[in-house]
Design a protein around this ligand. Structure first.
Ligand code: ATP
Ligand code: MG
Length: 417
């Protein structure tokens, strides 16, 4: 039976490296999404240092609010068992040597031809009252504690170990135990328009679906906005129908769904039409080529390109006119078009794409402020160029320019010219 009063969950992340910003807390982000999909209401994420008092008070606070508490970190072999000792104190139990786990850890080391250290043997000492969750990817085991009708699960901090244990053991077990309905979502991927423009374009649709019990979240990244349409699992069909309506509303701003990427969408189009591509990159410095080659099989349509950062390379390798470079500058319509044509000729491809801009933070002028980027798309029938003025951040400008270049190419191919 679906539970309409969802169970509450919290996450406790243990580790000084998380507090100091040396490690980003990706575990909490991933677990939060998994718990949400499993139908839990997330109440709080707490990050604390590897210290007894902090662990004890975080556990106590979480217990007062949540039905399920997931804990990661503090279980590695170099730590002096502070987490395990503290868990024992909190759950009023003691560490005992688990023979079965010791056999597993021994096999883990001998299998890799590594010596077994005392600290590794200590990893087989586990709280007596906990149910042990096996870790097949490492040596720190997971621990499942029941306290009253609440559940606490402690997992290692190493992300792939934690994920494996969550997927194989923890999520199936909590889904069986807590009868939440769970939720369903689809991600609509858009490029070329900012969050607020999209919000205005779909305002009516958005208020209607909200009134009908669905949710919408905007997830922006440089040049790209992902729209997450969600609802309870029972409304799965409704979510799917509304996504089709949303896609129709947004037209060619939409380049894909869920996990796909812009480079993948462009690759598919090139492959379908049996066309090839080369790039001439100035301000993106190879990032555009990198994005294209993250797609498996991209060698079928991507020939390569030139990172023509200097004017010298622009004229020597791409046949850009020296006089134009001199008079108009590298960041100009005329030059970026010559780059796109030049790379298409030099590489013998159907399409040539070029970028040239002032990525920043220095080098801007009143005429060409930081963030000014020209992008050109060329094929045998036409060469077009577009000017953008992005922001002040170098990293962001490079990312947006590469995404916009992919998008302009995508639109050109869809346009069928
Ligand atoms: P050791 O110092 O031996 O690694 P530890 O107790 O710090 O022991 P864990 O806390 O389990 O071990 O963390 C192991 C590694 O996993 C950390 O070095 C860190 O890189 C990563 N890690 C820990 N917590 C998180 C987290 N919340 N998000 C992402 N990565 C994490
Ligand atoms: Mg740690």
């Amino acid at each position: 039976l679906a539970n309409f009063d969802p169970m509450h969950a919290e996450i406790i992340s243990i580790g000084d490296e998380l507090l100091l910003g040396q490690t980003i807390n990706t575990n909490a982000a991933w677990m939060g999404e998994q718990l949400h999909l499993a139908g839990f209401k997330l109440k709080q994420v707490t990050t604390i240092s590897d210290e007894r008092e902090h662990i004890l008070s975080a556990l106590k606070d979480a217990e007062s609010r949540a039905d399920l508490v997931l804990i990661t970190g503090g279980l590695g072999p170099t730590k002096d068992d502070i987490t395990k000792e503290t868990l024992c104190e909190y759950f009023e139990t003691r560490l005992v040597l688990n023979e079965q786990v010791l056999v597993g850890i021994t096999a883990f080391f001998t299998g890799r031809g590594l010596p077994m250290l005392d600290v590794n043997i200590k990893q087989a000492e586990l709280p007596e009252s906990a149910e042990i969750l096996e870790n097949t990817r490492g040596t720190a085991m997971g621990m499942w504690f029941n306290k009253g009708n609440k559940v606490f699960v402690s997992l290692p901090g190493v992300p792939h170990e934690m994920k494996g244990m969550m997927q194989e053991q923890v999520l199936p077990k909590i889904q069986e135990l807590f009868h939440n309905e769970g939720s369903y979502y689809q991600m609509i991927l858009t490029v070329g328009m900012g969050e607020s423009f999209i919000a205005e374009k779909i305002a009516e649709w958005e208020s209607r679906i909200r009134a009908e019990g669905l949710g919408l979240a905007y997830l922006p990244s440089p040049g790209i906005v992902k729209l997450r349409v969600s609802g309870p699992k029972g409304l799965r069909q409704k979510v799917d129908e509304e996504c089709l309506k949303l896609e129709a509303l947004l037209g060619d701003l939409v380049f894909g769904r869920n996990e796909s990427s812009l480079a993948e969408a462009v690759g598919k189009l090139l492959r379908q039409q049996n066309k090839t591509l080369a790039v001439a990159e100035s301000c993106t410095g190879g990032y555009l080529g990198h994005l294209i080659t993250t797609i498996p099989g991209s060698s079928d349509y991507f020939k390569g390109g030139v990172i023509s950062y200097s004017n010298q390379l622009k004229s020597e390798m791409l046949k850009v006119s020296g006089a134009d470079l001199e008079q108009l500058g590298a960041v100009s319509e005329v030059v970026v078009k010559q780059m796109a044509v030049g790379v298409r000729m030099a590489c013998g491809t159907d399409y040539g794409v070029a970028t040239s801009g002032v990525a920043g933070p220095n080098g801007g002028t009143t005429e060409k402020p930081v963030g000014t980027v020209w992008i050109a798309i060329s094929n045998a029938s036409e060469t077009t160029a577009f000017k953008f003025i992005f922001g002040k951040s170098r990293e962001r400008n490079i990312a947006i320019a590469a995404n916009y270049a992919l998008n302009l190419l995508r639109k050109r191919i869809i346009g069928g010219e």
